[in-house]
Design a protein around this ligand. Structure first.
Ligand code: NAD
Length: 354
């Protein structure tokens, strides 16, 4: 697979990935190499990575506990202190080997330690391969509010090694497919159609590749999210609010990112049908695809009130308005759509009746 060139770095796949990082480490004079993992990627991915990378350099492993609940400033402080204790200087590099929590948090720790050290991302979940691999968003949550603290900063390189997916839990794989399906909905009907028929990860490499190409094309056109890049937020405005609301409520199960945005995409497709005339058949196809894959969550009226009140924290808001990305049709998004309040409850009523 050819590497994908982003604004400032390349995304390398499979065997090219190992060669490229070995070459990069040999020509770049890093003073120290750190690898950030959680307990799962330490067990399942680190041994494979170390076996395959042809480098004699010593690498110091930094481990944090897995999970979104640890994607916070306290974990960053622990890592900044560890780096400092281990004499990391400005010429050090941090290799983030893990899912989106590791690449987001590790990218932020590297971007801020001593005003910024180099980092390399090796996403090990499907979600982080197809989504967090491009775009340079790094950061952490603030309490239960997702991704409120962070910076946009680019890694030196990204390596995508789909062999890591073999040990990923089925629910996590499913979560990643939500972002891939989104790429089809906002950009390519053909991709959407091919992907929605695919139910396992057998031979998934070309589809991962295509997702990264779609995301990269959008980000290259609008790196600072002034315009077209906003389409990547389809399903995320309500999806993030649902994710945050469940994260904040101890009685609720935690929803995986993909599970929350799958619901967000159903709700926002309903809004698209009401406001932009998304054809009814397309609304039905989108709804059926996500319900078949992800099942349904029962929302109480309290859940819905909490979700709607969280919308105001969405980072895409400006001047007190909540801006939505909706679909005129599959593959044809429209940005900056304002929604009358009563339609939110109507969208949840549509979802509840499914
Ligand atoms: P995650 O990093 O929590 O990983 C999910 C689980 O899988 C964890 O328990 C992890 O330890 C485990 N795991 C990871 N790789 C594994 C492997 N190969 N085998 C076995 N277990 C493995 O979650 P995620 O779904 O990868 O990412 C979600 C996060 O990514 C969210 O915080 C979200 O905000 C962020 N995100 C960022 C961007 C971006 O553009 N920066 C885009 C999308 C999502």
């Amino acid at each position: 697979m050819k590497s994908i060139i982003t604004a400032s770095y390349s995304v390398y796949f499979n065997e090219t990935a190992y060669k490229s990082i070995a070459q990069h480490l040999s020509v770049t004079d890093y003073s120290k190499i750190f690898i950030l993992v959680d307990e799962n990627t330490k067990k399942h991915c680190l041994p494979i990575f170390l076996q395959n990378i042809a480098s004699d350099s010593t690498m110091e492993v930094l481990e944090i506990p897995s999970g979104e609940r640890h994607k916070n400033i306290a974990t960053c402080t622990t890592l900044w202190e560890r780096l400092s204790d281990l004499d990391a200087d400005r010429k050090s590099v941090l290799i983030n080997l893990g899912g989106g929590v590791i690449t987001d948090l590790g990218g932020f720790v590297a971007s801020t330690y001593k005003r910024g050290i180099a980092f390399i991302n090796i996403p090990t979940t499907l979600l982080s391969m197809v989504d967090a691999s491009v775009g340079g968003k790094t950061g952490v949550d603030l309490g239960s509010l997702k991704n409120q603290i962070g910076v946009i900063n680019q890694p030196e390189m990204v390596l995508i090694l789909p062999q890591f997916l073999k040990t990923l839990e089925a629910l996590e794989v499913r979560s990643g497919t939500a972002e891939m399906l989104k790429h089809g909905l906002i950009q390519s009907r053909s991709y959407w159609e091919r992907l929605r028929l695919k139910t396992d990860i057998h031979d998934i490499d070309p589809l991962i590749y295509e997702s990264v190409v779609i995301k990269n094309k959008i980000v290259l056109e609008d790196p600072t999210e002034q315009n077209i890049r906003k389409i990547l937020n389809f399903g995320h405005t309500l999806g993030h609010a649902i994710e945050s609301s469940f994260l904040a409520n101890a009685d609720r199960q935690t929803l995986l990112h993909g599970e929350a945005i799958a619901i967000g995409m159903i709700l926002e497709s309903y809004l698209s049908f009401k406001i932009l005339g998304l054809p009814l058949q397309e609304l039905k196809d989108i709804t059926a695809t996500f319900i078949d894959r992800f099942g349904k969550i029962a929302f109480t009226n309290d859940d819905i009130s909490s979700i709607l009140s969280l919308l105001k924290f969405d980072k895409k808001n400006s001047h007190g308005h909540i801006n939505f990305v909706l679909l005129e049709a599959i593959g044809k998004p429209t940005i900056d759509v304002k929604i009358p309040d009563h339609l939110f409850n109507e969208a949840f009523a549509y979802y509840k009746e499914l």
